[in-house]
Design a protein around this ligand. Structure first.
Ligand code: KG4
Ligand code: ZN
Length: 346
């Protein structure tokens, strides 16, 4: 549904709502700048070693009103001044998406303002266009390596909503590779940030894990996960303290292997396509080695690199609001008949 909005010199105020997985988030964006970005994490999943969909939907239901209220309060705006509501339509867990979608539809109806649907993966990438102090943004076309708990993709971004996935994982996502190895080692969920932390004191060359070698720009991480499982089973059979005594070196070696395979395909893609603007996005882009390697390899390859601030790497509504802002400018709205799509593609 396209509705023509008269863009006077009024501020564009977007309320973004994100509920695709286990974070309930709301953000207020004014003219492309973040005024508030509230994220409620769901600790309930920790003891299960992964997200339990049924519990996630229930927690979203509890959190959504306080989180939206907090975002509006922190931005110091009146609900009546909001120009549009942007929400995550997918991909994600259906029960979680339903909470954010239904809430957004109801609030848009109550406030009589337009509703904008956002693809979560577009949100991760478009987070690079949130107004920042440097005023430096990627130029189209650029390549974004989107690495999260559910996705690992190399995306050629030709325009805000014209994106082509040129490579992706054929099995586990990079974030899953972190989280599953953490689970094997008895590290709580989500394991990615903790592996990153332990790896800082470890030797990345101490243990060898295989780097997948698929053709084109695709990735595979399931072999790596199996290799660490067998490796640790074998070592633990000999010495039951092996994981505890070697935690830092295991984490550093395993992390270095993931990051190495990510860059192998990214470098190939930029060389093949002659693209020099390179960005990373998604939860795993919070990883310290990934961030430092992007800078180091970027200098070698003569790239202009774009690393998102930490608060826009893992799931947050600021990234949904900026995507919503650009759709708002195009007048791309959806009606009350919109439904979430757990398998929405880029
Ligand atoms: O984008 P995100 O918040 O949610 C999805 O859309 O999946 O990404 C979450 C993923 C988890 O797998 C988490 O372990 C990983 O991002 N992650 C990290 C780090 N911080 C978050 N992985 C490695 N190093 C980190 N510092
Ligand atoms: Zn995400």
């Amino acid at each position: 549904m396209v509705k023509i909005i008269k863009l006077s010199d009024k501020n564009i105020i977007i309320l973004g709502i994100e509920s695709s997985c286990d974070d309930t988030s709301a953000s207020v964006l004014i003219n492309g700048a973040i005024k508030s970005n509230i994220v409620a994490n769901q600790e309930v999943h920790q003891k299960f070693g992964g997200v339990v969909p049924e519990l996630a939907s229930r927690a979203h239901q509890q959190n959504i009103i306080p989180v939206v209220d907090a975002a509006i309060d922190a931005a110091n705006i009146d609900k009546k001044d909001i120009s549009a509501i942007a929400f995550t339509r997918g991909p994600g867990l259906l029960g979680s998406l339903i909470v954010g979608t239904s809430f957004s539809k109801s609030l848009a109806l109550a406030l009589d303002i337009p509703l904008v649907e956002v693809n979560h993966m577009h949100g991760h990438i478009l987070a690079h266009f949130i107004k920042n102090e440097t005023n430096l943004y990627p130029s189209f076309p650029f390549i974004c390596m989107t690495v999260s708990g559910g996705h690992t993709q190399l995306v050629v971004v030709k325009d805000y909503f014209d994106m082509e996935v040129i490579g992706e994982t054929i099995d586990d996502a990079a974030g899953e590779a972190f989280d599953k190895a953490a689970k094997i080692m008895g590290i709580p969920y989500p394991g990615g940030p903790l592996i990153d932390k332990y790896a800082k004191d470890g030797d990345p060359k101490k243990f060898k894990f295989p780097v997948s070698n698929l053709k084109d720009y695709n990735y595979s991480f399931s072999g790596l996960k199996t290799s660490i499982l067998y490796f640790l089973q074998k070592e633990m059979a000999k010495d039951s303290n092996f994981i505890e005594d070697n935690k830092a070196d295991i984490c550093a070696s395993y992390q270095a292997t993931i990051i190495k395979s990510l860059f192998k395909k990214l470098v190939k893609a930029t060389r093949d396509l002659g693209i020099k603007d390179v960005a990373i996005a998604g939860g795993v882009s919070a990883n310290s080695l990934l961030r430092s390697e992007l800078k180091r390899i970027g200098i070698q390859e003569n790239w202009n690199t774009f690393i998102p601030p930490f608060e826009y790497t893992t799931d947050n509504a600021g990234m949904i609001a900026i995507a919503g802002h650009h759709k708002y400018l195009k007048g791309e709205f959806v009606g009350q008949d919109v439904t979430p799509n757990a398998r929405l593609v880029v």
